[in-house]
Write a protein that binds this ligand. Structure first.
Ligand SMILES: Nc1ncnc2c1ncn2[C@@H]1O[C@H](COP(=O)(O)OP(=O)(O)OP(=O)(O)O)[C@@H](O)[C@H]1O
Length: 313
């Protein structure tokens, strides 16, 4: 079990992480969800021993990171947010290099390199230099590097930021498979859909503090039963916004280019009222999605802000 106890980190007068505690059991896929700047990377950097906390403790199987850094670090694999690869080396050479850094040699290194290439879907590109890789391939190799010593716990810091949808899906499925095969995963993201897809437990961070923590279903319940309604429209909703807001007085209607969304307790009647209000402006829905209470609605309920305010989810 990984125990994170009351971590705190300040930069000057700015409190980046303010009393973060959680436990991750073997086999968990644990999500750290929060908008940009919430303190996810700083938390992860402290958990993996890259930076020292001002106070608090990290323990793996009862061994403290401070007292037994080797024991803990050997069992953790970190996938940093920024790509840490040698551009002039091939995929295979990068894996061998990082394996040796982690103290893996000989037959074990050979086996692990094969396994990592397979996991990353890069076996056919093993001899290719990284400088010729696409962004998505680099991300996948970056993950494979974090796996080269076959850690018990894989810690990933926003591994899907800035890549195309296909690579993103590949990464999500890879992480899910690793977890199903028994690897414990800590996954940070500002995309609530990714955390809902992958994780069984999570913590939500905001301004360095934990505002929710527990099993996915329990955290979803913090949404207070709010469903999310999204409508794609055949026109610009801006002229209809006042009418929409009057039709749905209790909801804050968000409008974008050709779409609106709102959170509501009883979506059926609300959708009817919204469609009627839009029709008065000659606007019709092309598609209506209703999502049951989810993490986005929970975040809104807890903070009064949308999760995507802090990011591009
Ligand atoms: N080395 C540093 N020096 C000063 N401030 C820092 C440093 N690292 C992080 N911060 C600040 O601490 C806060 C938390 O940053 P952190 O990177 O942990 O957030 P995050 O949730 O991971 O967001 P992001 O997704 O943008 O990385 C931010 O306000 C950030 O500006």
């Amino acid at each position: 079990m990984l125990e994170v106890r009351d971590l705190r980190k300040t930069y000057g007068s700015h409190v980046a992480v303010d009393g973060v505690s959680f436990t991750v059991s073997p086999g968990d896929a644990f999500g750290l969800l929060g908008p940009n700047g919430a303190g996810k990377s700083t938390t992860i950097a402290m958990v993996s021993g890259l930076i020292q906390p001002d106070s608090g403790e990290v323990l793996l199987q009862g061994h403290s990171l401070r007292a037994h850094p080797r024991f803990v670090k050997q069992r953790l694999g970190l996938v940093p947010q920024h790509i840490a690869l040698h551009e002039r080396l091939t995929a295979e050479e990068n894996l061998r290099y990082w394996g040796q850094v982690y103290g893996v040699h000989g037959a074990r290194l050979r086996d692990n390199v094969e396994w990592c290439l397979r996991v990353a879907g890069l076996t056919d590109h093993r001899k290719q230099r990284v400088e010729r890789f696409s962004g998505g391939m680099k991300r996948r190799l970056n993950i494979a590097v974090g796996l080269i010593h076959r850690p018990e716990v894989l810690i990933m810091d926003e591994p899907t930021v800035g890549i195309d949808a296909q690579s993103r899906n590949h990464i999500l499925d890879t992480v899910r498979e690793l977890n199903r095969d028994g690897m414990t995963v800590i996954y940070t993201s500002h995309y609530m859909q990714e955390v809902e897809y992958l994780c069984n437990r999570l913590a939500i961070l905001d301004h360095g503090r934990m505002i929710a923590y527990g099993a996915l279903d329990d955290v979803r319940l913090l949404a207070g039963g709010l469903s999310t309604v999204r409508m794609d429209l055949d026109g610009d909703p801006a002229p209809a916004l006042d009418a929409l807001q009057q039709a749905l007085p209790a909801e804050r209607v968000e409008a974008g280019e050709g779409r609106i969304s709102f959170h509501v307790r009883d979506p059926g009647p609300a959708v009817g009222k919204a469609v009627l209000a839009l029709s008065q402006y000659g606007i019709a829905p092309l598609r209506i999605d209703i999502e049951r209470p989810n993490l986005e609605a929970a975040f809104l309920q807890l903070t009064g802000r949308r999760l995507r305010d802090g990011g591009d989810a």
